[in-house]
Design a protein around this ligand. Structure first.
Ligand code: TYM
Length: 335
């Protein structure tokens, strides 16, 4: 008999709530492309998550389509990876509801992202914002994912997903695979260029702190030239004492593959001006082919449509099987 070894499965996603940032590229997407041969990969556009914060409908559609193109342009071959839009697979909403009923008020109240987002959107602290981690757990558990490659800020959400899955399995038997977070060594926490104590985020009020994946080279260079450093004039890795410089070193290290020691030696005795210019240029060169390819793909809407339609079909097949199993376990009468 043929010995078929089942590949481990990966699921991850990004919210198309705006233009993709350098943070989501370095913390997540950049690492995804390399996993395709070894794993069975599902990458989602988490559009259902975005409406926990008010969106402009036409912008959400545009960002979603652009993000499909950017996924492909970043090296996610649609033949090797399942690329799909969350709202195209109704199983996410179906399992999301079930998991809401196995997720505790107390544990949701402790989520850092909920606290941050409710502070930022004080006029719209809706129930979806609160139960968001249960929907994210559904995203992961539907695919029986082994690994969830994310940046550091999503670690807590993967942990609550594990807790929910263990609770459910404890009652009904082994229904869900318990997933592990998969967080890169460098690049998992890209910080704002203007306030390096905060993570780089598209919702940042100061747009100079956030670099976008598809941004024009001159804008990227301007932002890096303005990046906050310190008065030390020494390129040295020390996240606590030198957060701005250390953040730039991390970005440069991921963009060029150079170690921190090599970077320190490269800029020994040179000012921050040279350093910031070099970091900016490395990011421009890293992103240039992706931007150009994204623009090329966006001109071919029919192709993009064929990719996300095929993705939804493949994703639904796997996700529906989990929903059927769960519905049976909790006692819903079969149709
Ligand atoms: P989102 O859309 O905020 O971010 C997408 C991915 O990018 C990473 N990331 C960063 N990494 C390093 N530095 C940064 N400054 C930075 N900013 C963002 C995030 O850690 C994430 O990996 N809830 C998720 C989306 C989601 C999801 C899922 C992820 C929905 N369902 C299931 C994994 C599995 C979110 O809002 O990520």
């Amino acid at each position: 008999m043929e010995n078929v070894v089942q590949k481990k499965r990966i699921l991850s996603g990004i919210q198309p709530s705006g233009d993709l940032t350098l943070g989501s590229y370095l913390g997540a997407i950049k690492n995804w492309a390399a996993l395709a041969d070894e794993y069975d990969c599902y990458y989602m556009l988490a559009d259902m998550h975005t409406i926990t914060v008010r969106q402009v409908p036409a912008d959400l559609r545009r960002h979603t389509l652009t993000q499909v193109a950017a996924y492909i342009a970043s090296g996610l071959d649609p033949e090797k990876n399942v690329l799909f839009v969350q709202s195209h697979v109704p199983a996410h909403a179906q399992l999301g509801w079930v998991l809401d009923c196995y997720t505790m008020f107390g544990e949701l109240s402790r989520m850092t992202q909920f606290k941050d987002k409710s502070a930022k959107n004080a006029d719209n602290i809706n129930a979806g914002l609160f139960t968001y981690p249960a929907l994210m757990a559904a995203d992961i558990l539907l695919y029986q994912a082994d690994l969830v490659p994310v940046g550091h800020d999503q670690k807590q959400h993967v942990e609550i997903c594990r807790d929910i899955a263990n609770r459910f399995n404890g009652i009904y038997g082994d229904v869900f695979k318990i997933p592990e977070p998969y967080i890169p060594q460098v690049g998992a926490r890209v910080m704002s260029l203007t306030s390096p104590e905060n993570k780089m985020s598209k919702s940042d009020r100061d747009q100079n702190g956030c670099v976008y994946m598809l941004e024009k080279p001159e804008d990227i260079m301007r932002k890096f030239k303005k990046a906050v450093t310190d008065s030390d004039a020494c390129v040295r890795f020390d996240p606590a004492g030198k957060p701005g410089v250390s953040n730039l070193m991390q970005i440069y290290s991921v963009a060029t593959g150079k170690s921190f020691e090599t970077i320190e030696a490269e800029f020994d005795g040179r000012g921050y001006g040279d350093f910031k210019k070099a970091v900016g240029e490395s990011v421009v060169e890293l992103l240039r082919p992706i931007r150009e390819e994204t623009e090329r793909l966006l001109a071919d809407k029919a192709y993009l449509e064929s990719v996300y339609r095929a993705g939804a079909e493949k994703a639904s097949y796997v996700a529906n099987r989990t929903v059927s199993k769960v519905y049976k376990k909790v006692g819903f009468l079969a149709r």
